[in-house]
Every structure is written in structure tokens, then in C-alpha cells.
Design a protein around this ligand. Sequence first.
Ligand SMILES: NC(=O)c1ccc[n+]([C@@H]2O[C@H](COP(=O)([O-])OP(=O)(O)OC[C@H]3O[C@@H](n4cnc5c(N)ncnc54)[C@H](OP(=O)(O)O)[C@@H]3O)[C@@H](O)[C@H]2O)c1
Length: 232
Amino acid sequence: MADKTVLITGVSEGGIGSALSVAFHEAGLKVIATARNINKMANLADFGIETMALDADASKIKKLDILVNNAGAGYSHTAKELFDLNFWSAVRMIQVFLPLLMKSENSPTIINQTTVLSVIAIPWQSTYNSSKAALASITSSRRYELAPFNIKVIELKTALVASKFLDKPGVSESIVPENSIYAPAKSVVGNVLKKNPPNVIWRGETMLPERFVKDAINKVSHLNEIEKLIKE
Ligand SMILES: NC(=O)c1ccc[n+]([C@@H]2O[C@H](COP(=O)([O-])OP(=O)(O)OC[C@H]3O[C@@H](n4cnc5c(N)ncnc54)[C@H](OP(=O)(O)O)[C@@H]3O)[C@@H](O)[C@H]2O)c1
């Protein structure tokens, strides 16, 4: 695996990207960890992982086998900013790094981080959900389009994972399992590096289909109370 290179976006300490970086590094790959704030990746120095500002000159990277579009956020942004971040940044990253991936003879792979909320409607999360649903949709199309070039395209449909995601202002409170982050990252990397990886990898605390959790969703989002007030 030593000659296999993976670039990951959104690798701030305490997040999924950071856990994935460590898991890929431990699997023997050369990891290029990127984030908008390079100081937030200081923890990776201990592992000898290369870090780079997300907006650095991409032409400095000469070889790439796996691109992981992980950077993303919930309601701390406007709707336009959320689509720019959760959808357009991944589209742009693929465009920029496709020439290198096409040159790779080492199972070139694109991994897009979406969410189970791309298929489960949650009140107050519409912009986040729809931006990730758009990413899920383009991921499926790119899988067909890039198959002739032997580039695999995988979707990570992650459910609740402990990270900095919920610390951001405006993100709905949820209960997440503590210390859950490294175990899922290790099993994701194990799946990605299989000879025939699955098209969609589901990880995190499992969520039941919407029809089973509708009452719970209404309760958590206080929609029951709002409906009552409206109808009074
Ligand atoms: N945690 C969960 O339960 C969960 C579930 C499903 C899907 N996901 C997805 O997993 C991915 C990683 O999230 P996480 O849980 O690890 O959250 P996180 O700890 O907040 O990490 C998100 C990463 O994205 C970066 N980012 C946020 N806004 C950005 C912007 N405007 N421009 C550039 N970079 C930006 C963050 O940088 P800063 O540190 O500088 O903000 C950070 O590096 C996201 O795409 C998220 O939607 C998470």
C-alpha cells in the first residue's frame, strides 16, 4: 500500500476526516490531509501524516489514487453556503483531481461523504439534507460515468458519529455515541481497500426508516407543539 496516495478534505482534529486519515495511514497508505485551517491538523504530525491547506496549490500534488471529499457542515451556514460546501466543493475537487486519478493504476477511487439524512427527511435540516442528497445523486451518476476509466466511486452514507459537527452553532442537538469515531473509520477503510468495494458504505449509529421514526422526529423537532399552537 506504500505507493498508494489518498487525499482527504475537512481533516480538523476530532472529526471523521481526521479519524479516516489515521485509519488510512495505519493501513499503509500515504495520506495528504487537508483542511481550511492547517493548525487544526497539528495532531496528525505525531503520525507523520502530511498536512496541507485546502486552498493550497493543487498542482503541487503529482500523484493521487484515492480522493475523499469529506469536508461538510450543517446549519452554521446559509443555504447557498451549505450547497457551496456540501455539494459544489466535492464537484470541484473531482474536476481538479480527475486527471491524476485517470493516471492512477492503483485502484483509483473517489469517496464522497454524504449522510443517511440524504434519504431520511428531518425537520429543520432541509438545506443540509438536500445538499447531501444532491451529492448522493451526483455520486451515483459519476459511478457510471467514470467506470470506463476504472475509477470507482463510493458513497459514505454516515449516520451519527461523535465529532465536532454538532458543536457548530445552529446544528440541531442529537445524542451521539461517545468515542465512536475511530472504530467506524477503521471499518470504512477496510471496505474501501477491498478488491471490490461496495458502492455505498453505511456507517454510524443506525437509523430506522422514516416511517418508523416519524413520531420521534416530530417530538424531537417540537413540530407536535408547533402544530398545536397553529391549530389553537
Ligand atoms: N458527525 C456525524 O454524525 C455525521 C453524520 C453524517 C455525515 N457526516 C458528514 O461527515 C463529514 C465530516 O463531518 P464531521 O462530523 O467530522 O464534522 P467536523 O468535525 O465539523 O468536520 C468537518 C470538516 O469540514 C470542514 N469545513 C466545515 N465548513 C467548511 C468550509 N466552509 N470550508 C472548508 N471546510 C469546511 C471543517 O473545518 P473547520 O474545523 O475549520 O470548521 C472540518 O474540517 C461532513 O461532510 C458531514 O456532513 C457527519
